[in-house]
Ligand binder design. Sequence first.
Ligand SMILES: [Ca+2]
Ligand SMILES: [Ca+2]
Ligand SMILES: [Ca+2]
Length: 234
Amino acid sequence: MNIFSTLLALLALFGSFGGFSQGGGSSTSSSSVAAHSGTDFGNAPAIYLDTIHDDQSLVWLGNSQTNTSSESHPNSQYSIGLDDGLSFADKFVIGETVSMNYSLSSSGEQTAYVKTWLDWNQDGDWLDDKELIFSGVFTFSGTYNFTDDLFIDPTLAMVGDTWLRVRITTDGDNFGPTDPLFYGEVEDYKISIVSRLDDNSNINPEPATMILLGSGLLGFAGIGFKRKRLNKPL
Ligand SMILES: [Ca+2]
Ligand SMILES: [Ca+2]
Ligand SMILES: [Ca+2]
């Protein structure tokens, strides 16, 4: 190895820093994002109580911060559709699993704490048992994407609309859904929970198809039986 190739190897080694210390599912990362700043609020209905992040310049959710002028109204729902840190299926089907796709962003290398709450019992808070649905700490630079699988537990979930709150911060791990924080971003999402019977995306075979399929199997079994009889020694 000559001095030039040694130098290239060292550059590659020092250029590949980053990683995470907790989280599930698949993940990707990159380091080409711009810094953001500004104050951020939640936008769930007022019963959930608002929260605040003073400064989004270190870490934020998704590609963009959502402290647009429309979201500078605490407890408003004006910014629904602008939040971009979390993506998932349109409906949460009770008894099934939903892939929660997270997108985190940072300016420079940061250690970020992420927590997500879902109001399973639809009573207007995120304080009940198992309503903290995700908690993780990640050290990364640029963007970091991962997927967390969420089981829609029939013992917790109720049919109807409810709300989810996700927060990211560098302030440390000691925070709840409404505690004011300095750094980071909060995003609130309206969630629709349905039963399997109401879920049109699960296309089950029609009864007529089942009958045809059944008779096809019987026919196949009959052919096999005949062949067996033909091969029987006399
Ligand atoms: Ca965002
Ligand atoms: Ca609750
Ligand atoms: Ca927000």
